[in-house]
Design a binder for this molecule. Sequence first.
Ligand code: ATP
Ligand code: MG
Length: 541
Amino acid sequence: EGGQWLQMCRSKTSAPKNFCDYERMRRTYNIRVPQRFNFAKDVLEQWETKDKNGQRSSLPALWWLGFHSRRLANVLHQECSLESGDRVFLILPRVPEWWLVNVACLRTGTVLIPGTSQLTARDICHRLQMSGAKCVITDETLAPLLDTVASDCPSISTKLLLSHRAMHGWDQMLRLCCRKVSDDHVCMDTRSEEAMTIFFTSGTTGSPKMTQHSHCSYGLGLTVNGRYWLDLTEQDVFWNTSDTGWAKSAWSSVFAPWIQGACMFVHHMPRFDTSTVLKTLSSYPITTFCTAPTAYRMLVQDDISRFTFRALEHCLCAGEPINPEVMWKWKELTGLDIYEGYGQTETVLIAGTFKGMKIKPGSFGKASPGYDVQVVDEDGSVVPQGQEGDLGIRGEPERTAECFRGDFYLTGDRGMMDDEGYLWFIGRADDVILSAGYRIGPFEVENALIEHPAIAESAVVSSPDPVRGEVVKAFVVLTADYKSRDHKELIQELQTHVKTVTAPYKYPRKIEFVDHLPKTVSGKIRRVELKKKEWGQQTSK
Ligand code: ATP
Ligand code: MG
């Protein structure tokens, strides 16, 4: 039954690249959810068969993945006694074995829970207890940390280590996958709605929230990302820089590119480093590149003119809003546009700018095909275009779901729709500042600030004020040229600048210079931390 969507892949690959008519895309989008679906069987094995039959150019990595994932699947079933539905907790950096475990879990119907290497012992313990994971897989860097919490996590029955050295209490994963183990494995014929993976949200506003996805919600749903937004084909080489612990890695490092049969480029880059990125884009035939807005903010500070990119033609970002100024600079330096995507761990791509669409910097684009995205008021009614409200997706509410208002799933973000259906991000609902009767979205003020050459990046939050209740405060990281400037003078200059480029009431009455902004592992600004600092013991709105 999984055949239906494969047709779509084929039509995409034969369609002219870079072609996207938004209205047609929405009209023709039609994914029928089959009763049974398993990405390993219905997608990867299909590509492998085509490959073996000579119907496409040979991809040795796919053969490697198919062969070894079948062995690892046998190990998980037999040696580790894992059954379909059991949960597997995986912490590995961007090494090929991370993909191997992903595919082996799909094959066995076990539920994969990836985590980032930067988790603390407390985070790990919390995740293991919440999820009741039976199996943990990591390398020798993280294994000692896992051991410190293992006794508090009685559900664990298997610990697999990716290392050539033995460690007490751990089985070496690759040693178990030795020659004795068969490379024949019949992939589980999972039901579409069976649990497939669990991700925790980024923890930008508070504690990360556990989010479960099924074989169809990610395995099939991410077709929207791969086909329409990333615009990938079998001819593309795609590099997504995100860490293996976040939903973005499932989106862009597994399902979306492989649905399209594209080649995934992987770079084991422990820390984001602009010159490594620029060198890599110049040395390899990467056609499509996706990274976080914070990374683009760093990249445009570098001397990009030293580099010529070999094959780059499509750049994307998601996870946070991207400042128009950064898009303009990137275009000036590279000749390329940045296509923005908006989504959540809980969803797939909700909206985006799609190839062929006019880009309006500051707007993250239009609703994805299959999604009815609207701006709604407190009663759950759609507000007129141009008016601010809560960003919602029309759907069928579950009676108990708190995140629903009327017919709408609420994203927790505030936004606006213009008369052409473009959606504009105002801020997370909790980050909107109420000052002297005005509502001020931090993003707009940050966009105004970054237009000034002194600003590398900034975070705008509310700060207590005896008269106005709250005022706008900006935490600012200066560019290298402005670091030694007189701060008092610069504050005035920045305030005047904001008053001239946006409505004057939005200007930051308080400005503080900082060396870094607090960020999540995935690079998102944690305004909540700055707000807490501002308000101390007082509770902000
Ligand atoms: P937590 O829910 O734990 O506080 P988080 O919301 O950052 O963390 P994710 O699921 O990774 O966790 O991120 C989804 C959120 O990221 C969205 O709700 C939105 O606030 C923000 N976001 C993602 N893409 C964009 C974008 N293009 N423009 C603006 N905001 C975006
Ligand atoms: Mg969230």
